[in-house]
Design a protein around this ligand. Structure first.
Ligand code: FES
Ligand SMILES: [Fe+2]
Length: 382
């Protein structure tokens, strides 16, 4: 039986019985887990710097010679695809005296010349030109290439480790989740737009991505009307999670024999949460919302890179309007609803109202995230 059929069956059962997937018990999380700066720094280091994180989608750098730059948590990155199609990630910093090598956000070029003294690097990171080397003195090109970060693609996602010299085994990191991600066929989508959103602290922000308990109350004017509140179908693979939400039309499936369900995926919404920072929310109608969420320098802020994808390049005014409407709706839901609400949590975390927060049995994905952070942090990284 297809995944979508099974998931729709599980969602329909919950809908009919008024239930949801639940954790075995509630989880108590001390408020200090959100506010303690020493704990935050240790967790950020272990989870975001000593473990693999998702930094881009393959479709953003699709062709040999394409490149993209970003600054993630203070680290300037240059992501390139070489002529063999291999992806690379470098720290976008010149080895001479540290200038930013490439200031364009994206483009197509196979060599990069530093704007300061014109040292030139290939898109494989090799130092290939030293301006005025006779006067400068010799430079050991073998050791003076751009600083590479270990980087690998899987299922249309580019993963990297931000600590130079540290690698990882993506297959053991993703485990069976790799197949679920591959099913999303992320390389086939079209990038419509991207934007950065400032947000409140890391855990308060992430919590909001991992439960649907708030959907009816917070999203009553956006996504709420289309989905069933407080109904979650939840699965985990290691630290990674899949959340399935029922759409309001799911009751129609009660009138159809399971074997005759033609498009069970049109009765559910599936969200893949790639630990620790990527949320992939494929939405029926050929639109997809992607969020890369990064903690700021302190426990009080995040930056989110949000991408809007459409299944195909909009070919008509109607297509363009539909994807723009989706883009605006998600912006409203995430920025004006989720992030505005979470800002009120952040503002009062130090108020003394709570010593701890209670994560409900109906919030299993929030519980799972907090446990994964604690276990990876205790191990000092993945
Ligand atoms: S800093 Fe780049 S060439 Fe001097
Ligand atoms: Fe939300």
């Amino acid at each position: 039986m297809s995944d979508a059929r099974q998931l729709a069956q599980r969602a329909l059962k919950h809908f009919n019985e008024g239930t949801t997937d639940r954790a075995p018990s509630q989880l108590t999380v001390p408020v200090s887990a959100y506010t303690d700066e020493a704990q935050f720094q240790a967790e950020r280091q272990a989870v975001y710097f000593e473990s693999p994180i998702a930094i881009a989608l393959s479709l953003e750098i699709p062709q040999p010679g394409d490149f993209q730059t970003q600054t993630i948590m203070g680290v300037p990155l240059l992501i390139t695809r070489d002529r063999d199609g291999l992806i690379h990630c470098f720290i976008n910093v010149c080895r001479h005296r540290g200038a930013k090598v490439c200031s364009a956000e994206k483009g197509h070029q196979s060599r990069f010349s530093c704007p300061y003294h014109a040292w030139t690097y290939s898109n494989r990171g090799d130092l290939i030109g030293v301006y005025g080397e006779d006067s400068f003195g010799g430079v050991d090109r073998a050791t003076m290439g751009l600083t590479a970060l270990y980087c690998v693609e899987r299922a249309g996602v580019v993963f990297a480790c931000l600590t130079p010299g540290k690698s990882f085994d993506i297959d053991s990191w993703l485990g069976g989740f790799a197949d679920k991600l591959a099913d999303q066929k992320l390389t086939d989508w079209h990038l419509y737009t991207e934007r950065w959103l400032p947000g409140a602290g890391w855990k308060a922000t992430l919590d909001g991505y991992l439960e649907v308990y708030h959907h009816d109350s917070v999203h009553g004017k956006t996504v709420g009307p289309y989905t069933v509140g407080n109904l979650l179908v939840h699965d985990t693979w290691g630290a990674h999670q899949r959340m399935v939400i029922a759409k309001k039309n799911i009751s129609e499936l009660n009138d159809i024999e399971v074997d005759s369900w033609e498009s069970p995926e049109s009765y559910i919404r599936v969200v893949h949460s790639v630990f620790p920072n990527l949320s992939i929310s494929a939405i029926l109608g050929g639109h997809c919302l992607i969020g890369f969420i990064y903690p700021g320098e302190t426990s009080t802020t995040t930056s989110t890179r949000q991408l809007i994808l459409s299944a195909t390049q909009p070919a008509s005014d109607e297509d363009s309007e539909a994807v723009e409407t989706f883009s605006q709706m998600t912006l409203q839901a995430v920025r004006d609803e989720d992030y505005a609400l979470v800002a009120t949590i952040q503002d009062a975390l130090h108020s003394g109202a709570n010593d701890s927060f209670l994560i409900g049995r109906n919030e299993p994905a929030v519980q799972h995230y907090h446990r994964a952070v604690a276990s990876i942090s205790a191990a000092g990284g993945s």
